[in-house]
Design a protein around this ligand. Sequence first.
Ligand SMILES: NC(=O)c1ccc[n+]([C@@H]2O[C@H](COP(=O)([O-])OP(=O)(O)OC[C@H]3O[C@@H](n4cnc5c(N)ncnc54)[C@H](O)[C@@H]3O)[C@@H](O)[C@H]2O)c1
Length: 342
Amino acid sequence: MDVFEQKYEQLIFLQDPIVRLKAIIVIDNSKLGPALGGCRMWQYESEEDAIQDALRLARGMTSKSAVSGLPFGGGKAVILSHPGQGSREQLFRALGRHIESLQGRYITGMDLGTGVADMDWIRQETAYVTDTSGSLGAEGEFTAKMTAYGVFLGIKAALKRAYGTEALQHKVIAVQGLGKVGYQLCRYLHQAGAQLVVSDVNSERTQQVVQDFGAKALPPEDFLQTTCDIFAPCALGGILHDDSIAQLNCRIIAGGANNQLAERRHGDKLHELGILYAPDYVINAGGIIVTSVELAGGDAPTAEQEVEKIFDTLTNVFTIADNKGISPSAAADDLTMQLLAK
Ligand SMILES: NC(=O)c1ccc[n+]([C@@H]2O[C@H](COP(=O)([O-])OP(=O)(O)OC[C@H]3O[C@@H](n4cnc5c(N)ncnc54)[C@H](O)[C@@H]3O)[C@@H](O)[C@H]2O)c1
């Protein structure tokens, strides 16, 4: 792997043999402010996979903060150590000391495989951490709820663009993945009168949504082919590729999952097929907006108000796409580059 192939500001390899810490921190871009992005603890197949994941996730954070108008850049931390190999407290405190040595250039938070207790240990060593006990991000599932709220408002913006009205009554929405974000999204959509078709590999989660919101459940295997107005991916990334796009039966794609496009060109492909795609890092920015409000000392109502701006941000992306005759994903990328070039 050529570690200089992708452009970034800093790629840092950390280790602390005593506590068995092996980690990577990426500062992708700090032009608009300190690099913000959570800490993932994952068992990667190889160190190369870990580096690539960290670079990709950090780049996503740069785009997300920039298009949302936040005073932050993008970064990410990835821990390669396996849980159970030693003291978890010592592991995260060691990472905290490394983060402290960056003097605020990188601010961490929770991500896959890490939790509030881990952030509290990092906090023992540095102030450059969010999602600690008592913070907005750690409060129940507020971050996921606000992510879902942003996606809900983004869906309305997409409906307005595609159908001329943001009304959800009688619209069929296919929600893939009913975890923290997917479940909350179903709640908002149900309250607004949408018809839900849902799927999750976890049957208990599916049954819960059927019971709570009168959704129709379908098996995960054929879910992409579901005839619907909106397909809302809220599970895995990389799900929009040549094969899956050929199966789609929807007018709009708007969901919370990160990195939905397998490659950038798939955004253009959707556009050619007349499917309106809401770029993931625009529509799912609710979580980072909560973090940003938390860092500024704001409260939950302020965070909710800020998340509401996603409707206008996405509408602006659609307008740029129309004016330039390009796909919304290309328009979002152009807008990000423009904001970073200022
Ligand atoms: N939690 C947040 O605030 C947040 C913020 C921004 C983006 N995201 C992204 O949104 C997505 C969902 O996040 P989450 O926090 O709800 O995660 P989660 O782990 O709580 O839920 C994911 C759900 O997807 C299901 N799933 C996995 N594979 C599936 C498949 N093939 N078909 C159907 N269901 C499948 C899982 O069983 C699980 O219920 C992720 O891509 C995440 O990166 C989350």
